[in-house]
Design a binder for this molecule. Sequence first.
Ligand code: MRU
Length: 376
Amino acid sequence: MDDQQAVPARAAERPGIPSLRWEEGPAGATVVLLDQTRLPAEEVEMTCEDVPSLVRAITTLSVRGAPLLGIAGAYGIALAAARGDDVGQAAELLADARPTAVNLGYGVRRAQAAHRAALAGGTDGAGAAAAALAEARTLHREDAEAGERMAAHCLALLDELVPGRPMRILTHCNTGRLVSGGEGTAFAVALAAHRAGRLEQLWVDETRPLLQGARLTAYEAAHHGMQHTLLADNAAGSLFATGRVDAVLIGADRIAADGSVANKVGSYPLAVLARHHEVPFIVVAPMTTVDTGSPDGASIVVEQRPAQEVTEITSRIPGVSGTVATAQLAPLGTPVHNPAFDVTPPELVAAIVTERGVLRPGKGSIAALWGRSPAG
Ligand SMILES: CSC[C@@H](O)[C@@H](O)C(=O)COP(=O)(O)O
């Protein structure tokens, strides 16, 4: 009775709070984040006054998702520079906060390079801090623009692959406004399809263990009035088996030179299912997620997360600000395997869509087709 379980979509789009912004007040500069750990119960911003507080926000996933991590890393360097802190040390702390999303180190290095170049050119500390901030703002804007181009390229691809009728798209994790400078990666494609009257259904994987799909993608889909339905991750197989998925769209945390894709754990099983059922498995990611410096999937470091994320469940209580309830799901001390990501080999990926266009990984390495990536 899936139809009765459909999550009601709101009628119209409504604007949301920005995922990340730079603020300058009398007490100095800060990076202000929409705290994603508190969604969907509460839309609450958190203020990071220094790099250690931003690093904590990154490791606890208050700010998350590959493109936004890159943007946060760049603003983090601007923050360290504005405070007169040691920028080299800040860069190390930020870049090491999470290992898999290549965008994080890329954003950090880019702002750090702008800061260093300004100092080398004879600019004073304030001028170099302004250069780092300008670079962070540029990266922020470029990411929004890349998102728009990816959505256009991918919608055209879907018009080819699923011609003539509204589509049923399955997505995993969260890849919308909450992870980017604009409307996102894979989610932005579903949104473009919705706006074009081409989306029949967005199937939203809940995305165990941290429920980015249930908490964040369902929240974003409702914001935009999209038809969407939430499912437990292990319900995806029966959706494919009964012919109710036309395409899988996911984002990526790192794409290796051979086209291997690291993304939220649970992406690889979807790719296997998609191949078995002859459904296109499409990855939507900006060039800043492509790492030609990683030759293949085996060279990608997969982040291991704390056991409690699997053995416990934590929930916010709607309407009671700041209140958290935690329940124990498994016996205390149960050994846990909790990788945050998995790696999908290129032969299971029908297409990788970046702002530069559509790539079919089976036809050659990314490096051979496009040259070095910015992050590589
Ligand atoms: C465009 S977002 C792509 C990925 O970053 C996203 O799918 C994902 O896996 C995020 O993981 P998270 O652990 O929530 O940061």
